[in-house]
Ligand binder design. Sequence first.
Ligand code: TXE
Length: 500
Amino acid sequence: MILDSEPLLHSRALYVEGKWVSPVEGGTREILNPADGTAIAVVAEADRTDVATAIAAARTAFAAGHWPATPVTERAELLVRIAELLDTHRDEIARIETLDTGKTLSESHTDIDDVIAVFRYYARLAPTAADRLVDTGNPEVISRVVHEPVGVCALIAPWNYPLLQMSWKIAPALVAGCTMVAKPSEVTPLSTIALVELIDRAGAPPGVVNLVQGSGGVVGAALTDNPDVDLISFTGGAATGATIARTAAEHITRVALELGGKNPHLVFADADHDTAVDAVLTGAFLHSGQVCSAGTRLIVEESIADDFVAELAHRAARIRVGPGMDPATRTGPLVSEEHRAKVEAYVALGISEGATLITGGKRPDDPALESGSFYLPTIFDHCRSDMRIVQEETFGPLLTVERFTTEAEAITLGNDTDYGLAAGVRTTDPSRGERVVRALRHGTVWLNDFGYYTPAAEWGGYGRSGNGRELGPGGLAEYQETKHIWHNTAPKAGGWFTDT
Ligand code: TXE
């Protein structure tokens, strides 16, 4: 086991300049299992001094220049070694992720496989990302556009996909030649500790990857207001993203933000009924809706709506909610009591806004689940797009249903959101499918599928879902500066003032 005891976890919470260190003030935080409320670990809690030390280590490593100057093929080899170690420790890290987040063990395995694929993808991509030669019209000038690492990166991740979202940042930052300080969510830090342990074993040079733990208000803020940070890459809530963007503006620090979504799933009457029901259920209730791209806003054609929603409600009520470690479980608990309270407040709001609650809307009755933060899959029918439960990201197992009669109305509803992360369209008419996916203002649009992604295609949002892109070539570009090199191979006088 990598993380088999409390003292080990505690001692491995902060990683600076290639060593596991203790926080200056000796702070700690208890980490809870959301399936039963028990403490599963105690990790060190950093303060501003620890963060400043970690940023200084990353700055020193960057300025020394060894990692940025290491040939990209060698940097790529480090990513391959990390991928291999993740593969070796796949089962134990999956277990850690499930205990910490509550998601099912099979979801955790899928996450780790996706993480391995991301490290391998960037290991393949980076060496092929060629510089560009530009024709200036002057044969004596060699003009090149080259890419260089952006510098010191602050990487801040949330609690719903802790290992996955941190890896979407670390893999491209590393291969680009950056140095970094990573901060996982204080709610779910354990898999990131394991990842950094493996990065250490894979041979990352000291100071290139550093890890700090702690609250957003102290540790997160200390990472984002430090002028020695060149780029902040953040995934989390929209309000926190806005705070970070404001803070970053002070030093003109580059910011990449992934801020979640309220993602519409448009179902036309000609869609294949069974696959559509299945996809809507998965989109809305996977990981109890704690997914930035969750399809929690169903927009369904009026002529099929009654039957479709009845079937959804019937099947949603049969989804087995339980501990993620139980193989019979289909969806786990919410990440914390606090988060469940937020979801419960949204359910109360939906009722007061006049939506029709047709299933769920409460905690499970099973006494065995009483000590965990479980909540039943919940569906509200007859919603209007001006309701807060339709517009705001509830981040829980809460599906709202709106109805439409024309294609134009479906598109208008699908775009009636401040967010713009992801959307789904279901129809068997290919021309309509193409028209609608092009009309939707979202960063990812699935046609007759929902929730899938590949490391090779960019991921990110329009509107309030953030800026910048992760994954794909665009996800590497986030960690690069662009430099134009103009090389005159035969310099001679000929400027504006040669005749003076
Ligand atoms: O996230 P926060 P929270 C949404 C979801 C959820 C809501 C709030 O709707 O209910 O956000 O969740 C760090 N400076 N998403 O409060 O606060 C924090 O420590 C710097 C969508 O848990 O955004 C953690 O590491 N950092 C989302 C990270 O930010 C700060 C996934 C995310 O925490 C900080 C999660 C600060 N001032 C929640 N304050 C998605 N995009 O998928 C906090 N942090």
